[in-house]
Design a protein around this ligand. Structure first.
Ligand SMILES: [Zn+2]
Length: 610
């Protein structure tokens, strides 16, 4: 379905983000002030048990995802439940060492043990059970969502989210798009009561661990106070906002040529006309907004097919890219255990993901690869996770992870930004490089996906943080959702929203309790990394034409950052890779500079903003 890569491309690790282990720690039952020695023993025990259990859970999850039956779902759910319960237990016990003077590595591990839980359950067992059941029910309700319309012969035709995604990507019929949009968004209303209860219960769990609320707990993972992190995110957005405004104004103008008065000349763009159910990536409407004199440029899909590359060879090509940077080849087990092609005989979760099953070398990807340029990029995205996982596999269990969660999502995309015409020519996929004067088309295509995504990547958690902190109330929750979407994205709902509407829950990550800011950060970081690594590689010329392919110097810097895992505050990894200690969105402006110039020319005399 459509262009979902990156955003929905999951990564799975057996490490600390999914903690587990039986909660036995007898010495803690004793009173008195704990000692550093006790803390050390506690952490040793935690790491051993959690590592052990994480492998069991990863295997249960793998089998479920590659062979869906009632039984495999049951077993994986049971393993996950055990894991969460035990992780919570350990996290609560860790609070006993709060305020104790400890060596830095130990203090860091204790802190990570607490913040790494996505869904903290309340101490009260009845409430903890209610919370898990509530989230499972919301995920189920979302998963079963459908929109039904009268079909041929008077029979009802029901579309699931996959079919709806295709419709949103391909249809150019305003009325059909509007109905499909409203049809899908109806999935949110029935989840509202459950969601509000989830807010109460998960906040309780977060408070039990010493955080103000769940949002503050999520924001505590970035080596700075939660409020400082919120400001940091705002700062990054302010850097790219002018570029986004130019793209928005141009797209609005072109959409008016297709849809007429359905698109206002000055106001926000209706959310159903951007080629995606959430208006989060706009690549699917490229044909409607393509520069009029644009060369189709580079059609990787056609070239892959013409060269007869198989799914396996696409992955091999991705592996060779990493090898060219000096990374060791993937282990034999990767090729034996990964799933590359959709099986014919059973149900699998096709959604692309990267796995680290044993916290060492048992790396895998699970993906129903299609021979397209989009999937060629996704392969690099997923391999980025795998090479990251292996780079930090010498770290202790609680440090198995990326510098912060945005880093993990950014690495594969950083490499994918190096899939330039020059690189494709080097590996024999194209015969000649298109002239750089054609780059406006290529840049536009990338901007529709990556630049258009930024404000959406921001909005999801802006809303959740405010709802979780009580700043947004149950009564105004949906109105505030749309206020934020308008403020950041310049998007409006295409039909009026009734009093029951609860549109945030029409986006998977909300009912499924998956933090979202990591995707915003990843979209900023990948351009920063790309710029820094191509500088290191000594590549000259426009940033969008640069590739790090074959550069051991760039590979060394990359490796140095990846090997740290979670052992150091993220600015250390950032510095190892880029020489800077701050996240910085200026590299995006650099990358899209030729497009910005072109957009501003097109936008002359047009309204900017909404
Ligand atoms: Zn990913």
């Amino acid at each position: 379905m459509g262009r979902q890569r990156g955003i929905l491309g999951a990564w799975v690790l057996a490490g600390p983000l999914v903690l587990a282990g039986p909660g036995v720690w007898p010495s803690l039952a004793q009173g008195g002030k704990p000692t550093a020695e006790e803390a050390r023993k506690f952490i040793d025990e935690v790491e051993t048990r959690l590592a052990e259990m994480s492998v069991e859970t990863a295997k249960a999850d793998w089998v479920k995802s590659t062979h869906i039956t009632d039984d495999t779902e049951f077993l994986s759910a049971a393993a996950n439940r055990r894991q969460i319960a035990v992780a919570m237990d350990y996290a609560k016990k860790a609070t006993r060492f709060d305020g104790l003077d400890l060596p830095p590595d130990l203090a860091r591990k204790l802190a990570l043990l607490k913040v790494s839980i996505d869904l903290p359950a309340p101490s009260d067992e009845r409430k903890a059970k209610e919370l898990t059941e509530t989230v499972a029910r919301m995920e189920g309700g979302y998963g079963k969502g459908k929109w039904c319309r009268p079909g041929p012969g008077g029979k009802e035709q029901c579309l699931d989210l996959n079919a709806l995604g295709k419709l949103m990507a391909e249809s150019r019929n305003e009325k059909e798009l509007r109905e499909a949009w409203a049809g899908w968004h109806a999935v949110g209303a029935p989840l509202k009561q459950d969601y509000l209860r989830y807010v109460e219960l998960s906040n309780q769990g977060a408070r039990d661990l010493g955080f103000k609320d769940l949002g503050a707990m999520w924001r505590s993972r970035y080596d700075m106070p939660p409020d400082a992190f919120a400001k940091e995110v705002d700062r990054l957005w302010e850097q790219v906002r002018p570029l986004y405004l130019s793209l928005h104004a141009y797209v609005r103008k072109r959409l008016r040529e297709t849809y007429g008065e359905a698109v206002p000349a000055k106001g926000p763009i209706p959310a159903h006309l951007l080629g995606n159910m959430w208006a989060q990536q706009w690549g699917n409407i490229y044909p409607l907004v393509a520069p009029k004199d644009a060369d189709p440029g580079l059609d990787v899909t056609t070239r892959l097919k013409a060269k007869g590359l198989t799914e396996l060879e696409m992955v091999r090509t991705g592996e060779r890219f990493f090898a060219s940077l000096g990374f060791a080849a993937l282990p034999q087990s990767f090729w034996q255990r990964s799933l590359f092609v959709k099986p014919r005989d059973r149900e699998v979760v096709c959604h692309a993901s990267a796995w680290d099953v044993d916290n060492r070398d048992d790396l895998r990807i699970k993906m129903c690869i299609e021979i397209t340029g989009e999937d060629f990029d996704t392969v690099h995205h997923e391999l980025g996770h795998n090479f990251y996982q292996r780079a930090y596999n010498q770290q202790p269990f609680l440090f198995l992870g990326s510098a912060h969660d945005g880093f993990h999502e950014a690495i594969g995309d950083t490499v994918a930004l190096s899939i330039t015409p020059a690189y494709l020519k080097q590996i024999g996929l194209i015969d000649g490089e298109p002239d750089p004067s054609k780059d406006v088309g290529l840049l536009m295509q990338l901007a529709l996906d990556k630049l258009a995504f930024l404000p959406f990547g921001l909005v999801v958690d802006q809303w959740r943080w405010k709802l979780l902190s009580g700043e947004i109330t149950a009564e105004n929750a949906n109105a505030e959702w749309w206020k934020l979407r308008q403020k950041y994205q310049g998007i409006a709902p295409p039909v009026s929203r009734g009093p029951d509407a609860f549109d945030a829950c029409a986006k998977y990550h909300v009912p499924a309790n998956v933090p979202y800011t990591r995707y915003f950060l990843a979209h900023i970081l990948q351009f920063q990394f790309h710029k820094a690594l191509t500088d290191t590689a000594g590549v000259k010329g426009p940033v969008n034409r640069r590739s790090i392919y074959g550069s051991k110097a760039a590979g060394d810097r990359l490796k140095r950052a990846l090997e740290m895992g979670l052992s150091r505050p993220w600015p250390d990894a950032m510095e190892a890779m880029t020489g800077q200690r701050q996240m910085d969105a200026r590299a995006i402006l650099d990358y899209f500079a030729p497009l910005k110039k072109w957009l501003d020319k097109q936008n002359k005399g047009q309204a900017i903003g909404w």
